[in-house]
Design a protein around this ligand. Structure first.
Ligand code: SF4
Length: 341
């Protein structure tokens, strides 16, 4: 008996793939075990990543952004329980076998980490590591070498013929991140997941790596999920932004519209904390108060102890994410008021 074909059966170019969005995160829940129970570190998170689009996932530490990214790549800690759906071209990855997740990882979905030194193998040359996935695909030695050189060049590694013989410790931080990008591109992914890719780098190198990521995304029509705590990074690279707070989505929408007129007081506080992002003022106002975390989430709106606009209702009633303008969603009882200011 023949079974129904799913996107997992489709080859690149198959119309079956075009019928679905690329990645749809739909009501994603992640519970982590703790002594005596579990903590919901990702709570009903919903957004999607259309093809050839960069989505920035932003929030303070403990907001659940990295855990959301880890769920997408299939690298959650042992004992984590998940709910909702993570649809990759229509296929729910939360139901996929570990073998299927492994096959996707590094091929269709690739990842760049904050610490390339920890992600690269110190005992192998850069060329060997970038070529690994190509060798496994059965390419000849000459073809592997040709493609490795091309990948290193595309990632902006100078003198690739020489540098492919170097070991990770012989590279500077920025150059290691470029090697990591070459390695991520080797599997010809459709989605690149970049978790704080420039946090460990100095400001000048950061700007170069961000420009590189943006040009690769545009040239190759890649989709990208960019996780960052830095609004300037997201403002520079992302078409869409998802703002997370205490494991939940606070606001999402097109980056330019969200930053120019936030619909959530938390986004507004983030914007006000970065003078370069906000055009109305040159002064930065540090975020007030202590971030709530999923383990100590206040009742009602989790942001209410820090919110300058909080009212009685905010202390008891949790705001749900809802459409507040075309293409815009926010979880604030008074989002429309904020948009009209
Ligand atoms: Fe502030 Fe209330 Fe909106 Fe929460 S619901 S962000 S406390 S105004």
């Amino acid at each position: 008996m023949s079974r129904t074909r799913t996107p997992a059966d489709a080859a690149p170019g198959d119309p079956l793939l075009e019928a679905e969005g690329l990645l749809e995160v739909d009501g994603l829940v992640v519970d982590l075990p703790v002594a005596g129970g579990a903590v919901r570190v990702v709570d009903r998170v919903t957004f999607d990543i259309p093809p050839a689009t960069t989505v920035g996932l932003i929030g303070e530490s403990g907001s659940g952004k990295t855990m959301t990214a880890n769920a997408v790549i299939g690298l959650l800690p042992d004992g984590a329980a998940t709910g909702g759906e993570l649809r990759w071209r229509g296929e729910n990855l939360l139901q996929a076998s570990p073998a299927r997740r492994r096959r996707l990882r590094g091929h269709e979905i690739a990842m760049i980490f904050q610490d390339p030194l920890g992600a690269l193998n110190p005992t192998q040359t850069i060329g060997r590591q970038v070529g690994e996935i190509l060798r496994r695909a059965g390419l000849s030695r000459a073809e592997v070498r040709r493609q490795v050189l091309e990948l290193l060049e595309r990632a902006g590694v100078p003198e690739p013929v020489t540098r492919m013989r170097s070991y990770p410790h012989e590279f500077s931080g920025g150059m290691r991140q470029r090697a990591m990008i070459a390695l991520a591109l080797a599997g010809n992914p459709a989605l690149l997941l970049a978790d704080e890719p420039t946090t460990a780098l100095d400001v000048t190198v950061q700007a170069r790596i961000l420009r590189l990521l943006r040009s690769i995304q545009e040239d190759q029509g890649l989709a990208m999920l960019l996780v960052s705590h830095d609004l300037r990074v997201v403002a520079h690279v992302a078409h869409q932004v998802v703002v997370m707070y205490a494991g939940r989505v606070a606001e999402r929408g097109p980056t330019a519209a969200v930053l120019a007129g936030p619909a959530h007081p938390y986004t507004r506080a983030l914007v006000d904390s970065v003078p370069a992002v906000r055009t109305r003022t040159a002064l930065a106002h540090p975020l007030p108060g202590t971030p709530a975390t999923p383990a100590n989430r206040p009742p009602g709106c989790a942001f209410h102890p820090r919110c300058p606009l909080a009212r009685e209702r905010c202390r008891t009633e949790e705001p749900q994410v809802r459409s507040v303008a075309p293409g815009r969603w926010a979880a604030c009882h008074f989002a429309e008021e904020l948009l009209q200011r």
